[in-house]
Write a protein that binds this ligand. Sequence first.
Ligand SMILES: Cc1ncc(COP(=O)(O)O)c(C=O)c1O
Length: 356
Amino acid sequence: MDLFPRKLWNTLTVKQLRLQSRYMSYPQPAGYLPLREAIAAYLQLSRGVSCSPQQIFITAGYRGALNLIAHTLIQPRDQIWLEDPCFPPSQHFLSQIGAEIIPVPVDQEGMNIAVAQELAPNARFALVTPAHQSPLGVTLSMARRQMLLAWAEQNNAFVIEDDYDSEYQYDGRPHPALASLGSNNVLYIGTFSKVLTPTLRLAYLVVPPHLLTSFNAVCHTRQDGCPLLQQAVVTDFMQGGHFARHLRKMRTAYAQRRQIVIESLNQVFDSRLRFDIPAGGLHLLARLAHYEDDVALAQLAREHGLGITALSARRLSSDCGKGLLFSFANETTPENALKHAQLLQKCLPTASRSSN
Ligand SMILES: Cc1ncc(COP(=O)(O)O)c(C=O)c1O
């Protein structure tokens, strides 16, 4: 947040407000066309996703996109493969709409597609975070991507690709988006929350051409549209070349912050806390010795002002082990990172231990 281009944002907002009185009227439910055009160009360039602006629906955040998918395609009791552990809002959303969640274990290659096929071969959907699995951070391998898409094609199922933070890849090249691999069964969701700010509440859904009629029908009866001023400012930001520059700046800053956090953890902790260096994303997962109660520890850490969550709180049914999830996005100085690591160390001996 400290690196958000406030001044420029202000200038672009004032410029848009001066331009015309259109901000006093209702926005288009599917989104502001110039923003949809800018996103189409961006997706082609950065994610290899070829789509027309008409295939893009601007939504109120990630849940807005899920909502549109749910009202268009998901029936109560439809089976949906969901990564286990998962992003809790996805689980809550799917439970609320009455879908049958099929928890699928995740390993080093991402969602285990072979296991998913055994558990529920006739599922209608799979919801995945292929770039950096939320919360384990692993990347869905190319072999698994192909298996997943082949399954979807053979079963007339849909893959919902939650591509929430693929822009942040520090080591190696990012894998291509599932939506770029030539399948007609992928519903792609992107968001401006990680690349700009979550206060915008702007995300987008890309749907395959053959579904456009049904998505448009639902969109026009169910969506209010997102605030036009916000959409126009984001459009100017993208079209003016600021977005690409901002992304480069954030990627460099986050890579440095990742390093700062790693160094401070290495300095403070011994083998009681182990972690892999994440190749991308904004989180680091530190594993605890198996007897630690990560939920109690995360709770205690939060009471000390640290933004830490417990890995086991994000499991559905498989045993993903115990660990602590840290965001390194706001760790701006080595001094602060060290202070936070020391605070966490103080929590470790006092947190209760589970009996197993
Ligand atoms: C796994 C995952 N998906 C999607 C999102 C984006 O959600 P939204 O667009 O509502 O901010 C996030 C943001 O934290 C996330 O962690």
